[in-house]
Ligand binder design. Structure first.
Ligand code: P6P
Length: 352
């Protein structure tokens, strides 16, 4: 986690938004001043990701007009998911933007089996590694449903004079220096945290800038929506079925988009809980710990929410063993996660 920040009076400039446009670049640069040991690298990384997001957004927004939707010739990715053409495009653009600036020493992506070394630019020795899901929910692309990019940034642990190692990526989520997502939806919004709260920036296409639109996002304590693939209900463990029955008994609405970034963003704004428990096809859960669960969990916790796995372990405290390992997850409003926890403690047949 980044060094504790000192209060920067200038930062208050954003607390009186008025009509003043605050771009992502300006916000990041001002925020950097709050970190005593800031070297500008993290600032550069966040700006690189912002640039890649604009490029990806351009293609996502016209996906139906060019021959870029549909299944890529490349087949399946490392997780066995069918690669969509926009997946491949988004992956390439993120790698390109991060490689150009040399602000990170290595990259890990859902679309690549192993880590990607980033050659140093000049004499710069980078201290960061970046991992991402370039286009989460991509199976929705052809049907015009929102998709998203998810990213996580860590400080490297290996000797900076040598190449990065896989161990640089196998760090618990509580060591993330920054995390965020881009949601390509009715509008395109970039939401990120560096461990000091959560802020959202909506892309203004007329000026090509991400502009501060959601200052200091806080998740509602409770909610009236639950988000789970109800189609798997009969395969869920007893404790999950009992909790889902409870949601129905309380007349909670079911909202499930099948695009995690979209579901989590709705929950961040409106409150609610997102569940991906163990299923027959995914006994350890479907969602990847390193570049889906961890970054989204840091965002939700920084906004006041909670995120656990179905064995009640805090997601951010899980020590990863493999780059693409999967995890069960229950994430959202703290009161709803606590309520689920009570059901798991009461009905779980397995020792917790
Ligand atoms: P299911 C998309 O493929 C994804 O990785 C997440 O974005 C989404 O929440 C989940 O899988 C949907 O999985 O099994 O419900 O189709």
């Amino acid at each position: 986690m980044a060094a504790p920040a000192k209060k920067n009076p200038e930062h208050d400039a954003f607390s009186r938004p008025g009509n003043r446009i605050v771009t992502l670049d300006e916000f990041i640069i001002r925020a950097e001043k709050d970190f005593e040991f800031a070297t500008g690298e993290l600032t550069g990384l966040l700006r690189d990701i912002g640039v890649a997001a604009k490029i990806i957004n351009r293609e996502v927004n016209k996906a139906g007009l060019v021959n870029i939707t549909g299944v890529a010739d490349s087949g399946e990715n490392t997780s066995g998911d069918q690669q969509q053409k926009l997946d491949v495009y988004a992956n390439e653009k993120l790698i390109e933007c991060l490689q150009n600036s040399g602000e990170c020493c290595a990259i890990a992506s859902e679309e690549n089996d192993s880590i990607i070394q980033v050659p140093a630019v000049g004499s710069k020795q980078s201290h960061y590694v970046v991992m991402f899901d370039p286009l989460d929910g991509s199976s929705n692309i052809d049907v015009n449903v929102s998709v998203g990019t998810i990213f996580a940034i860590y400080r490297r642990q290996s000797d900076p004079s040598g190449p990065a190692t896989t161990e640089d990526f196998l760090q618990a989520g509580n060591r993330q220096v920054a995390a965020g997502y881009v949601l390509y939806g009715t509008s395109t919004i970039l939401v990120y945290t560096t461990g000091r709260g959560v802020n959202g920036f909506t892309l203004d296409p007329s000026i090509g800038e991400f502009c501060l639109s959601h200052r200091n996002l806080r998740i509602p304590e409770n909610g009236k929506f639950y988000s789970v693939n109800q189609g798997y209900y009969s395969k869920f463990d007893l404790e999950m079925r009992r909790y889902i029955d409870n949601c129905s008994d309380q007349n909670y609405g079911l909202r499930y988009i099948g695009s995690m970034v979209s579901d989590i963003h709705r929950i961040l704004i409106q409150g609610g809980i997102f569940l991906y428990p163990s299923t027959r096809k995914y006994p350890k859960g479907k969602l990847r710990l390193l570049y889906e669960c961890n970054p989204l969990s840091l965002i939700v916790e920084q906004a006041g929410g909670k995120s656990i796995n179905t064995q009640l372990k805090r997601i951010l405290d899980i020590e990863p063993k493999e780059l693409h390992q999967r995890n069960t997850i229950a994430i959202g409003s703290p009161a709803m996660v606590d309520e689920l926890k009570a059901f798991i403690e009461r009905y779980s047949a397995l020792p917790l």
